[in-house]
Design a protein around this ligand. Structure first.
Ligand SMILES: Cc1cc2nc3c(=O)[nH]c(=O)nc-3n(C[C@H](O)[C@H](O)[C@H](O)COP(=O)(O)OP(=O)(O)OC[C@H]3O[C@@H](n4cnc5c(N)ncnc54)[C@H](O)[C@@H]3O)c2cc1C
Length: 437
């Protein structure tokens, strides 16, 4: 009972070795309690759905492990339910080593890598081979973008999974990742080459900035939407970061266009349970004093930021949710950042919740893909498609103990306050994050 990955991976000999090396007590807690890390949450499902490759180990009848790399378009590994994944197998080099091994021993070990974000998901499971005449399962596993004939498919019952520490994962980038990062720089370069001045000249930012007590390094940058970039921040030594709860924010040192070193606040939008990194997502606001623009155009992977420890004025009222109170998350635009972390926390703890996320369009909004698998728990409204988030309807569905968490632009927050007051909602049932210092 307890952590399923530890239960399988920590054999008798390994436990003796851990005792000899002094690490057993640190892992002992994993043996206690209900089974866990055997059913995937949306975090694992979404992670797998975004991967374009993985490594797969099988064991031969002579006891030799065999590791194979499998690749395909992102999402070619299908998540069928919380403990079943699968993928279609197309004709390859016809050695059939993995397939042959699996006929004798159905155990499998998988590594899913996210190099830019330095994340690694390990899976242990048992495989069944789907024969070519099981058309129903094959159709579920077939990839829409790959039209070669499917020879068979692999169906994997997950027995355990675990996440790895990012310490020795070197960030690597695909062509698409690199293009998203260099396109804005290329445009700026083209302007300069033509002799034009970019509209706002920003001072060169040093490679180390800030004077806070928490050293962080940017380990990955992602273009999440048209004007939104996310930054993954890790401890330079790979050490665990101070624990946070959903709703937390961190102060980041920024150099403005006038050269002033100032601080900007950013909500931590990553899963709060992840202690190996924080992720922040920043909307570029060219009309401002230049903090967000500097982050977008000057901040690079490898830059070191001496930040302050995270703070939280927008935490979930966990005690109430543990007792069954429903959480209603309402996000507008970049306000999705703290709410995303709240969705992770609510999912992990089994709280009743629903998410309403209003944005202009798919291409201008971050993280919409994270919520598509949540079905009846997540609603996304794109104003450019004439979809409206109806505050009146949301508030009308509230019961006496429902708590609403809102993070959105000022106009939407104002509308929410007004509507809630008019409908007689208790002020304590609404908690706001206005992105105001
Ligand atoms: C707790 C907290 C969490 C936050 N989380 C996030 C997050 O996750 N993502 C994110 O992108 N941002 C977040 N913010 C906002 C962020 O801290 C910055 O304010 C934002 O990045 C803009 O910074 P800037 O320097 O580019 O612009 P700013 O100078 O801060 O300007 C921002 C906007 O305000 C207007 N403005 C500036 N000064 C004035 C003024 N004197 N009068 C009227 N209007 C003015 C500007 O025109 C501009 O449109 C958060 C803020 C807080 C307090």
């Amino acid at each position: 009972m307890g952590h399923k990955f530890a239960e399988i991976a920590f054999t008798e000999t390994i436990r003796i070795l851990q005792t000899e090396m002094g690490s057993r007590t640190g892992y002992a807690d994993m043996d206690e309690g209900e089974d866990y890390n055997n059913l995937m949450s949306t975090v694992e499902s979404n992670f797998i759905a975004a991967r374009d490759s993985f490594y797969m180990a099988t064991v031969s009848e002579t006891g030799w492990p065999y590791v194979q790399h499998r690749g395909g378009p992102p999402g070619f590994v299908k998540v069928l339910n919380a403990n079943t994944i699968g993928f279609a197998d197309y004709a390859g080099n016809r050695q059939y080593v993995s397939t042959g091994n699996l006929l004798k021993n159905d155990r499998i070990s998988l590594f899913f890598m996210d190099y830019p974000n330095r994340r690694r998901l390990k899976i242990l499971g048992r495989v069944s081979l789907v024969p070519s005449d099981d058309l129903e399962t094959l159709t579920q596993l077939e990839d829409d973008h790959f039209r070669a004939p499917v020879e068979r498919a692999f169906l994997i019952k997950i027995e355990a999974f675990d996440w790895n520490c990012p310490k020795y994962i070197t960030p690597r980038y695909t062509e698409e990742d690199v293009e998203a990062l260099i396109t804005p720089l290329q445009k700026k370069f083209d302007l300069l080459r033509r002799g034009d001045q970019p509209s706002q000249t920003l001072p060169k930012v040093p490679n180390e900035i800030g004077a806070g007590p928490l050293p962080l390094v940017i380990t990955a940058i992602r273009q999440e939407a048209e004007n939104i970039r996310s930054y993954e921040l890790c401890h330079p030594d790979g050490a665990a970061l101070p624990p946070v709860k959903a709703g937390a924010h961190i102060q980041v040192p920024v150099v403005t266009s006038s050269g002033d070193a100032i601080w900007r606040f950013y909500s931590i939008c990553s899963d709060p349970a992840q202690q190996n990194h924080y992720r922040i997502a920043v909307l570029n606001q060219p009309g401002g004093r230049g903090g967000s623009s500097a982050l977008h155009s000057e901040y690079q992977v490898g830059m070191r930021l001496a930040c302050y420890r995270p703070d939280n004025y927008f935490a979930l009222q966990s005690e109430k949710h543990k007792k069954g109170a429903k959480a209603v998350f309402i996000a507008g635009g970049i306000g999705i950042t703290p709410i995303r972390a709240m969705v992770f926390e609510a999912e992990k703890n089994g709280y009743a919740y629903v998410l309403h996320y209003a944005a202009r369009s798919n291409k201008s909004s971050a993280f919409t893909g994270d919520f598509t698998s949540l079905r009846d728990r997540a609603y996304i409204y794109f104003s450019e498609e004439d979809e409206r988030l109806d505050l009146h309807r949301i508030f009308a569905a509230a019961t006496a103990d429902t708590i609403h968490y809102l993070c959105a632009p000022p106009a939407m927050l104002q509308a929410a306050r007004f509507t809630a007051q008019k409908m007689g909602l208790k002020p304590s049932s609404l908690i706001f994050e206005a992105f105001k210092e």
